[in-house]
Design a protein around this ligand. Structure first.
Ligand SMILES: [Zn+2]
Length: 312
């Protein structure tokens, strides 16, 4: 039986506005915090029903809001792992100076320790972009794993096309386009080459890539699961169920809808907001039921410990 990991990036709604080149001023104070104050508890409930322990990736800066930090603590107490998704979710993280990278990692850690009492053991980079330098910072700080590599061809090509179109329209995106090499990165856990983390090499620590369909490299993530027609989602899952490792990545926004985030300009481009929350929850519930049947479900940290002796 393979290992499956289920994880949620707790990106606040403001980051989506930035990706789409929209002003964060469109957000009410409630909507700015709704991922932590509302979606997080919804996910904790969903995972309790499925009987699984998951991983939540928190952005340090968001934890200065007390109710947000308390919601994260409640998730940790429910048995979930809390991973580091950097301090400020800067899409330019890997282009920062060495000190800038260290600061983003360590301040993210500190905010998590303040909120939940224990340091994170895993990292997910904002915008899925890593570099040898960033991984080196993690390994020096004793992280067990990184889980940022997203070797999805359609995702990369679509992102390149959208960013190009937005630049032409005079509304440039704040997202950062990764090197095309990421499309060829391994799909299954590997030891990243320090000079090129999208290539397998030798090292003590693991990269746990986000799952894509084995042949077409269509992403199997929450956005796809809630937006694509159900037969497609179900078909994608069938292609993955026999794999030794499944890393199902979700976002806080996957359990929110337009009644939680009343920003029509955003709903036009972030289409998962137009699906009612209850419908999305039912889909995810069904997928989790299948995942629990087909895999041993572990947090990413436990998967890294278990795979550490297996992956060459
Ligand atoms: Zn993110």
């Amino acid at each position: 039986m393979g290992i499956a990991c289920v994880n949620v990036d707790l990106d606040s709604i403001g980051h989506y506005l930035r990706i789409h080149g929209l002003s964060e001023e469109l957000l009410s104070p409630e909507a700015a915090r709704v991922v932590y104050r509302k979606a997080l508890a919804r996910f904790v409930g969903l995972f309790a029903d499925a009987g699984i322990a998951a991983t939540f990736f928190a952005v340090g800066r968001d934890l200065s809001d007390r109710p947000s930090a308390e919601a994260l603590r409640a998730a940790a107490h429910a048995g979930h792992e809390i991973g580091n998704h950097s301090f400020s979710h800067d899409y330019d993280l890997t282009r920062r100076s060495a000190e800038g990278i260290v600061r983003e990692v360590t301040e993210g850690e500190r905010a998590i320790v303040r909120a939940v009492g224990t340091p994170p053991r895993g990292f997910r980079a904002p915008g899925y972009t890593v570099s040898g330098e960033l991984l080196q910072v993690l390994w020096v700080r004793n992280y067990l794993y990184d889980s940022s590599v997203f070797p999805a061809a359609p995702y990369y090509l679509a992102k390149a096309a959208i960013m190009g179109a937005m630049a032409l329209a005079g509304r440039p995106s704040k997202a950062v386009l990764d090197r095309p090499r990421v499309m060829l990165a391994p799909r299954l856990p590997y030891r990243p080459d320090p000079r090129d983390p999208y290539k397998a090499g030798q090292g003590a620590r693991l990269e746990l890539p986000i799952s894509v369909e084995p042949v077409t490299r269509v992403p199997f993530i929450g956005t796809a699961a809630v937006l694509l027609p159900w037969p497609v989602v179900s078909g994608l899952y069938r292609r993955l169920r026999g794999e030794p490792f499944l890393n199902f990545e979700l976002h806080g926004i996957d359990l929110l809808d337009a009644s939680d985030v009343a920003v029509p300009q955003l709903a036009r481009v972030q289409r998962e907001l137009n699906q009612p929350y209850e419908r999305k929850r039912e889909r995810l519930r069904e997928l989790l039921r299948r995942i629990v049947d087909d895999f041993e479900v572990l947090t990413l940290a436990d998967a890294a410990l278990k795979l550490g002796s297996v992956v060459e």
